[in-house]
Design a protein around this ligand. Structure first.
Ligand code: CP
Ligand code: NVA
Length: 299
């Protein structure tokens, strides 16, 4: 049987994603230390980039479910010395039950998945960050109920998180208003299939009008550190501040995948204010990851 992979939100059906979100909420609400569906199972985690939340949530999730996780840095494995990806995928997947990769190139994850005999999870690429969306959706469902028919405003860079919000708009059936500098819009190939749900605005205030959820992310993602100064100029009018929050619905939530830069993409009063749910969102990475691991490994 071919393994299921999670390289993108589009790898699962809408109903599978919804079930997964409800399962994550259930796992969070009814924590049972005796429930160990992944006893003896092993997750390999390959990180080409830094991580706090992704690494800890996957590792803790595996341990809580009775399994274990191995952290692999390309620096310390043959992956960093040019062993072909196809060979690495065959070898690693012959020894573990699931593999999570955080890489620069998205193609690294998709190629790896083609040669892996166990499920492969995208733990963030330059293109997408689908695991974060599971936690974000869980957070919205928990606090406000179903997101179908709601309006989400994405403010800032048309980056991996923005791309995953576009895919989420398709899968969870919400409207996505995007405000980003013209040269930093998301890829058209990702926008096109979601065009009936996505709209572009020139200012954050216009995008935030009637929104139920405001989301942003860093102006310079991992790998773009040398562009930081330039991006600070380009993005200065694309900040989430109290004026933007006031343009949204009164009960709108604020989310950010973290790490955040207060004073850049979000002001401290919003980040630490009453509408911000960023730390619940971060905690939910654990519960969402557990639901995902259970779904992929136990099928
Ligand atoms: N949000 C997120 O993926 O955080 P890390 O980079 O710390 O894993
Ligand atoms: N867009 C950010 C997300 C970090 C979780 C990055 O890729 O660095």
């Amino acid at each position: 049987m071919q393994p299921r992979h999670f390289t993108s939100l589009l790898d699962l059906s809408s109903s599978e994603l919804r079930k997964l979100i409800h399962r994550a909420i259930e796992l969070k609400t009814h924590r049972n230390a005796d429930f160990q569906p992944l006893k003896g199972k092993v997750l390999a985690m390959v990180f080409e980039k830094s991580s706090t939340r992704t690494r800890i949530s996957f590792e803790a999730g595996m341990v809580q479910f009775g399994g274990s996780a191995i952290f692999l840095s390309p620096r310390d494995t043959q992956l960093g010395r040019g062993e072909p990806l196809e060979d690495s995928a065959k070898v690693i997947s012959s020894m573990v039950d699931c593999i999570m990769l955080r890489t620069h190139e998205h193609e690294t994850v998709t190629t790896f998945s083609r040669y892996s005999r166990v499920p492969v999870i995208n733990g963030l690429t330059d293109l997408l960050h689908p695991c974060q969306l599971l936690a974000d959706m869980q957070t919205y469902f928990e606090l406000r109920g179903d997101i179908a028919g709601k309006t989400v405003a994405w403010i800032g860079d048309g980056n991996n998180m923005c791309h995953s919000y576009i895919n989420a708009a398709r899968q969870f059936d919400f409207k996505l208003n995007i405000a980003c500098p013209f040269d930093y819009r998301p890829l058209q190939s990702i926008v096109d299939p979601a065009s009936n749900r996505v709209a572009f605005f020139n200012t954050p205030e216009l995008a935030a009008k009637n929104a139920d959820l405001i989301v942003t992310d860093v102006w310079a993602s991992m790998g773009q550190e040398e562009e930081q100064k330039k991006r600070e100029c380009v993005f200065k009018d694309f900040q989430v501040n109290s004026t933007v929050m006031q343009a949204a619905n009164p009960d709108a939530l604020f989310m950010h995948c973290l790490p955040a830069h207060r004073g850049e993409e979000v002001t401290a009063d919003v980040m630490d204010g009453p509408q911000s749910v960023v730390f619940t969102e971060a905690e939910n990475r654990l519960h969402a990851q557990k639901a995902l691991l259970e779904f992929l490994i136990c099928q």
